[in-house]
Each structure stands twice: as structure tokens, then as C-alpha cells.
Design a protein around this ligand. Structure first.
Ligand code: GLC
Length: 540
């Protein structure tokens, strides 16, 4: 199976896209309604965050039934209609598979708790907890009923890790993927899939909250090969992507090199930690351009050399909006949004657009903790207070870092709640919606720029297939790279600052052709002055 490298993926957080029932929660019919919009944008695949039955403790990443539709989002008939309707608009679906853990309300966990040995072996139970820290705060182990045992939960206490060492668990997981394949789905995003392969002996690990003890273990690659063989491996077309937490280039090459027969591509998150103080998420720091540039270069070149493939992205449902992190959004929102877009859409890998990015959406200005819903944010706030931060300091951190920043309703127009719902939205809309919305942006710059970038990838094999090389590595303002394919070359320059930046353009590029830029009237010259947040791509 080979996926199509010309394709671009658009991520929809169903809960916040479009509500057609007035219950304040987005639904599958809302997505059907917006298919013409997505076709106009030009995207090929839509990744839907989980819409399965779930207590919603972690907004659907706590699944209690893997093969059904949560009534909150619609019915199986709606899903089937969505698949068909999407195809008519030239769009394939990509579903989110959360196979590392299930909700403690899942029948398997409930049966296990009731004493059923067969299902107890579905989970990771031990007499003694290790010192690992849950990614949502606190120890990663919780008492397993009154048995005196502990079960592992790398995430929330209601998300119990599944025991992939047990072949019955693997079989169940493969069945889940095949259930959706039989419904015509060919795209899959595998949630935290590099955590499924735990060691047999689980040991204390004081480094990085225990992550090295359960991340990217060699057996993880074996499980992915099995998953590939038992499910999507023989499909024609389609696309698979693994979310890799705390990962490395050699592992990602292995996960995504076609010869390994694991996955088509991988997400990594290193570039989105360049505004973390000492590697800690719950801090506030301006982004470090040097670090960002070097990460893009080492990953770009490393993946290119190893024939791996990256999913390229700035935003998703777990991240605050990139515009607030990397751009002077007050003065240069459109320039910054288009520059960030070009920096990944012209690079090597498959670009992902997170809903609202194509209209330059920004973080909401929430005024109190009561506006936040996300379990991780609420836990973090409590931990920040406990660590001695004042309420004001803790709140300022949540405001910049919360996952709810990107989960606010899609801003369709200037009407109440951004045109997302006629009811009360489950999460408040950002205050920017009267100015930033789809209706307004149709005559703006950002949406059109995304359309152009998507079309370029389709028309120029150099963009879809070319290799990646770092350029102007010493620049302290410009992130630049070259792409090459069959003697054709592309240079992409991205000014990451609100000041001008000068580049000494090599002779051959001075007579090249401007492929795309976000400013009018560009003249190529030896001393090329890039405007604030200018992106400029020159093809030879
Ligand atoms: C992934 C998801 C995130 C979720 C976590 C646990 O990181 O993207 O939203 O909370 O896995 O499933």
C-alpha cells in the first residue's frame, strides 16, 4: 500500500465544528453540511477526533464502545451518510483509533473489576505501583477496586492502559480497525501508538516522569507490523498516521519507512516544545527560534535520509493556536498565518490543517477557570497552585497553554456563538469571532493562500516528493530549506520575525521564478530583503 503524497489532511474536532441540533455540541450532520466548504478549500482527507460512546472525561479519548457512534454526535446512519457524501466531494475519512487505553466504563474493565480473570488480563495490573507520572498529573497507577492490585493509566485515571502482550487484546484491537474498514474507511490516525508496547517487567524510572520505560520500546514495532498485517496493510489507497509521544528520529524512520510495513507517517511534537521552560509544558516562555529551526532541519534531513515520512502540523486539538505562539498576532496575523502555512505545506511530509487554521483563528480570551473544560488543564491548574503559584500566575499559564485554546467552536460567521450553534456551546466561542470567521475570511488572504498551497502540492511533484535539505542554517531570523527532485529545485524562505531580514540569494535563485509569496511586488535580487513574516518560494 502506498499513500498519495499529494494529499492534504484537514482535522475536525467534531464536538466543535458545527451543531445541527441546538444541543451545543457539534455533530456528524454538521460535518456533512460543511463538505462543500472543505472541497472548496481543496483538502483530500478529513481526520475526525473520536466520536464513539464515551463518558467524555477526556473528550472521547476515553472510549467505552469502539464500534458505535455516541448519540451526542449522531447515529451510525449519519456516519454512513457522511462517508458517502464525503466521497462525492472527493474526500476520504480518517478515523481516530485509541488503542492504547479504554475507558474504565468499558465492558472489559467492568468485567475485570467484577473478577473475570479473562478480562483482568486485558489490563496492566501489578501489586506495586512504579514511580511513573501520569501525563495528566499524579501517579500513573490507581487501585484496582479492592483487590489490592493497581492498574496502569498513563493518562486520566478513567483511561486504563490495555495489555498488548495479551493476544486477545490485540485481536480485539484489530477487530475494531476492521470494523471501520468494512464501513469503507481507509484512513486511520493511531493515538499515542508508540506507548502500546510495554516491557514485561515494569520498573521505576525517575528520568522524564518514567517516559523512557514505556515509550518506543522495541516490541512496539512488532505490534505495529502485526496491526498492519491484520488490518489496513492490504488496502489500496488510504493513509495511516501514528501519534508518537516523546519519540526519536530513528524510531520514526522505522515506524514510517515503507520497508518496515508499519505506518505511512508519524506525528512528533518536538517543534511544539520550543516555548517550554526547561522542557516543562506548564510554563510561559517566548519561543526559541534557534531550537525550532534546528529541530526542523534535523528532522527534515533525518527523515528524508532514512526514507521516513512525517505528518507536518502547527495545530491540533492538544495545542494552543500556533498564531499565538509564533507570531505577533496583533500586528501581523495574516502575514504570520500564511508564512506558517508555507513553512510546512512546501516541506517534505504530509501537511495537516487543524479546523480554523485556514481562517487564522487565535486563542480565546477566557476570563476565568470556569470557562475551561479540559481535564488536563483543570488538573494542571490545581498542581500549579499546589506548587506555590498564585491564582493569577497559574491562570496566566492555563490561558497560554490549555488545550481548550484550540477546542473552541469553529468560527463560521459573526452571529452569536460564531454561527456554531443555536443553543449554548459546550465550550465558549473565542471573543474574536466577529472579526475572524469563515464568512469574512472568504474575502481575506489566509483562506486563499491555503487553497494555493494545497493546489501547488497537487501540481508539482517537487513539493510532494522532493527531498529536504537545510538552507541558510546560520540565519537568526529565517527558516529556509531546499527541495530537490530530478534536477528541479525549490528554495523556501520564511521570516519568523516582525522585523525585516536580509538574505544573500545565490546566483541561480536570483533568476528563478517566484512560486508563491505572501507579499505583493517581490523582485529577486542578490540582497533579498524579506518583510515581516514574509514567506517566499523560488523554483528553478
Ligand atoms: C492523545 C490525544 C489527546 C488525548 C491523549 C489520550 O495525545 O491527542 O487528546 O488526551 O492521547 O488519549
Amino acid at each position: 500500500m502506498t499513500f498519495d503524497k499529494r494529499q492534504v489532511v484537514y482535522q475536525i474536532y467534531p464536538k466543535s465544528y458545527k451543531d445541527t441540533t441546538g444541543n451545543g455540541v457539534g455533530d456528524l450532520r454538521g460535518i456533512i453540511e460543511k463538505l462543500p466548504y472543505l472541497q472548496e478549500l481543496g483538502v483530500d482527507v478529513i481526520w475526525l477526533n473520536p466520536f464513539y460512546p464515551s463518558p467524555q472525561r477526556d473528550n472521547g479519548y476515553d472510549i467505552s464502545d469502539y464500534t458505535a457512534v455516541n448519540p451526542l454526535f449522531g447515529t451510525m446512519a449519519d456516519f454512513e451518510e457522511l462517508t458517502q457524501a464525503a466521497k462525492k466531494h472527493g474526500i476520504e475519512l480518517m478515523l481516530d483509533m485509541v488503542l492504547n487505553h479504554c475507558s474504565t466504563e468499558h465492558e472489559w474493565f467492568q468485567r475485570a473489576l467484577a473478577g473475570d480473570k479473562y478480562y483482568q488480563d486485558f489490563f496492566i495490573l501489578r501489586d506495586q505501583p512504579t514511580d511513573w507520572v501520569s501525563k495528566f498529573g499524579g501517579n500513573a497507577w490507581a487501585p484496582f477496586g479492592d483487590t489490592g492490585l493497581y492498574y496502569l493509566h498513563l493518562f486520566d485515571v478513567t483511561q486504563a492502559d490495555l495489555n498488548w502482550r495479551n493476544p486477545h487484546v490485540r485481536e480485539e484491537m484489530f477487530k475494531v480497525v476492521n470494523f471501520w474498514r468494512e464501513k469503507g474507511v481507509k484512513g486511520f490516525r493511531f493515538d499515542v501508538i508508540n506507548l502500546i508496547g510495554k516491557d514485561e517487567a515494569l520498573e521505576d524510572c525517575p528520568i522524564s516522569d518514567g517516559k523512557p520505560a514505556y515509550t518506543d520500546r522495541p516490541i512496539n514495532h512488532d505490534y505495529l507490523k502485526m496491526l498492519n498485517q491484520a488490518t489496513f496493510g492490504q488496502d489500496q489507497g488510504g493513509m495511516t498516521v501514528g501519534e508518537m509521544s516523546f519519540t526519536t528520529i530513528p524510531n520514526c524512520v522505522q515506524y514510517s519507512n515503507p520497508a518496515s510495513q508499519e505506518l505511512d507517517m508519524v506525528f512528533n511534537f518536538h517543534h511544539l516544545k520550543v516555548d517550554y521552560e526547561d522542557g516543562q509544558k506548564w510554563t510561559v516562555k517566548a519561543f526559541d527560534f534557534e531550537e525550532l529551526k534546528n529541530l526542523f532541519h534535523t528532522w527534515g534531513e533525518g527523515m528524508s535520509a532514512g526514507n521516513g515520512w512525517s505528518a507536518l502540523f502547527w495545530n491540533n486539538h492538544d495545542q494552543p493556536r500556533a498564531l499565538n505562539r509564533f507570531v505577533d498576532v496583533k500586528n501581523f496575523r495574516a502575514e504570520g498565518a500564511t508564512m506558517l502555512a508555507a513553512a510546512i505545506h512546501l516541506s517534505r511530509g504530509t501537511p495537516y490543517i487543524y479546523m480554523g487554521e485556514e481562517i487564522g483563528m487565535i486563542d480565546p480570551d477566557f476570563e476565568s477557570m470556569a470557562d475551561y473544560v479540559d481535564v488536563e488543564s483543570i488538573n494542571a491548574y490545581q498542581e500549579l497552585l499546589a506548587s506555590g503559584k498564585s491564582e493569577k500566575e497559574a491562570f496566566a499559564i492555563i490561558q497560554t497553554k490549555s488545550r481548550d485554546n484550540s477546542r473552541t467552536p469553529m468560527q463560521w460567521d459573526g452571529s452569536e456563538h460564531a454561527g456554531f450553534t443555536t443553543g449554548t456551546p459546550w465550550l465558549k466561542a473565542g471573543q474574536s469571532y466577529p472579526e475572524i470567521n469563515v464568512e469574512k475570511e472568504k474575502s481575506g488572504k489566509i483562506f486563499r493562500f491555503y487553497q494555493e498551497l494545497i493546489a501547488l502540492r497537487k501540481n508539482l511533484p517537487l513539493i510532494a516528493e522532493g527531498d529536504y535539505q537545510a538552507a541558510f542554517q546560520d540565519s537568526d531570523k529565517v527558516y529556509a530549506f531546499e527541495r530537490q527532485l530530478d534536477g528541479q529545485k525549490l528554495l523556501v524562505l520564511n521570516n519568523f520575525f516582525s522585523q525585516e531580514a536580509t538574505i544573500q540569494l545565490p546566483a541561480d535563485y536570483q533568476t528563478g521564478q517566484v512560486l508563491i509569496t505572501n507579499y505583493d511586488g517581490v523582485e529577486l535580487a542578490e540582497h533579498l530583503v524579506l518583510k515581516p513574516y514574509q514567506t517566499l518560494a523560488i523554483v528553478l
